[in-house]
Design a protein around this ligand. Structure first.
Ligand code: NAP
Length: 305
């Protein structure tokens, strides 16, 4: 597989954020021309071969202008109670503007009845993309490893109705590497890639790793569903956020018997996906000497095997 030159310009969304910013920086380092679609141009990253255009997902006319003359769209999912409408608006604008290929950041086990409520919105977004009859690839990451510390309270306790279920957190860096692989190589049309870290940890194990990495005491306190709702409701989140918040750790306990795992080829570890799609992505890129996995292990306090 080789970096293609048949994609003259990629529209990258979310470049003012954590994931899209990483993707844009990596594309720039590869010399890939891109158009950064941002809500606030003053916050756009300054990158070579990158033009900046102002638009917002929910603003169809601005999106159609931003997509004009572009073949490939990297669509980072939005946030909030209207995110589904925002996604539909962005996809519809891409279709109207003649975009041929959409790479969308979905979520692991996206399905209509997924336990994690946000994964249902991702599923509906995927369906909208499928119905658009554009070429597509879905990136389905697990929870972000970078945000794992935020699962812990100030006292170092990770609460949740997760039982002994496991979470295989993945770093945004790894996800960005995969996104760039997919955006700059062929052979991914119609694929959905599960993207996880290389370890599935119970929350008790996560607490151990967190404690080892930070030197702070940490522990896991299992909750019932009712306890989970009550402990989060005191922060007065809107209903959609409360459900997402509770269903997030709940998805760990149910993930093993979830019927949502896709029957299509599933690349369940980053090492796996890296081997599968990017062995010849760029010079010196060695899937065995995996510096990114080493970084994760360092963060998690795991000794290299
Ligand atoms: N897997 C996980 O654990 C996990 C956790 C949290 C979030 N997520 C999802 O992953 C996405 C990317 O993560 P991230 O860490 O990069 O989030 P982030 O840092 O908040 O970045 C989100 C990006 O999307 C842009 N954006 C949001 N709504 C938009 C809209 N309506 N129109 C145009 N641009 C819009 C934001 O622009 P502004 O800078 O203008 O706001 C920002 O650049 C999130 O948006 C969320 O859907 C996943």
């Amino acid at each position: 597989m080789h970096v293609t030159t048949s994609i003259p310009l990629i529209v990258v969304t979310g470049s003012t954020g954590q994931l899209g910013g990483r993707v844009a920086a990596r594309l720039a380092a590869l010399g890939q021309p891109q158009r950064l679609l941002v809500r606030d141009p003053a916050r756009a990253p300054q990158l070579p071969d990158a033009e900046v255009i102002q638009a917002a997902y929910e603003d169809g006319p601005s999106m159609r202008v931003a997509f004009s003359g572009v073949q490939t769209l990297f669509l980072v999912s939005g946030w909030g109670p209207t995110r589904l409408e925002q996604h539909y608006s962005a996809i519809d604008a891409a279709v109207a503007a003649g975009v041929e290929r959409i790479v969308y950041t979905s979520f692991l086990s996206a399905a209509p009845q997924a336990t994690f409520t946000h994964a249902r919105e991702h599923y509906l977004t995927e369906q909208h993309i499928r119905a658009s009859e554009r070429r597509y690839t879905f990136l389905r990451p697990s929870f972000y490893l970078d945000r794992a510390p935020r699962w812990f309270s100030e006292e170092g306790v990770i609460h949740g109705p997760a039982g002994n279920g496991t979470v295989s957190w993945v770093s945004r860096d790894d996800l960005a590497d995969v996104a760039v692989s997919v955006l700059t190589t062929g052979g991914h049309d119609g694929a959905s890639y599960d993207i996880t870290g290389s370890q599935a940890l119970t929350l008790a194990q996560a607490a151990e790793q967190f404690s080892r990495a930070t030197g702070l005491p940490a522990s896991y306190q299992p909750e019932t569903l009712e306890e989970a709702r009550a402990s989060r409701a005191k922060f007065n989140p809107p209903e959609w956020e409360l459900e997402a918040w509770v269903s997030c750790p709940l998805s760990a306990i149910l993930s093993r018997r979830s019927p949502a795992m896709p029957p299509r080829p599933s690349l369940t570890t980053f090492t796996g996906i890296r081997r599968a799609i990017s062995t010849s992505l760029r010079p010196g890129f060695d899937p065995v000497q995996d510096e990114v996995d080493q970084r994760i292990d360092q963060l998690l306090g795991v000794s290299p095997s």
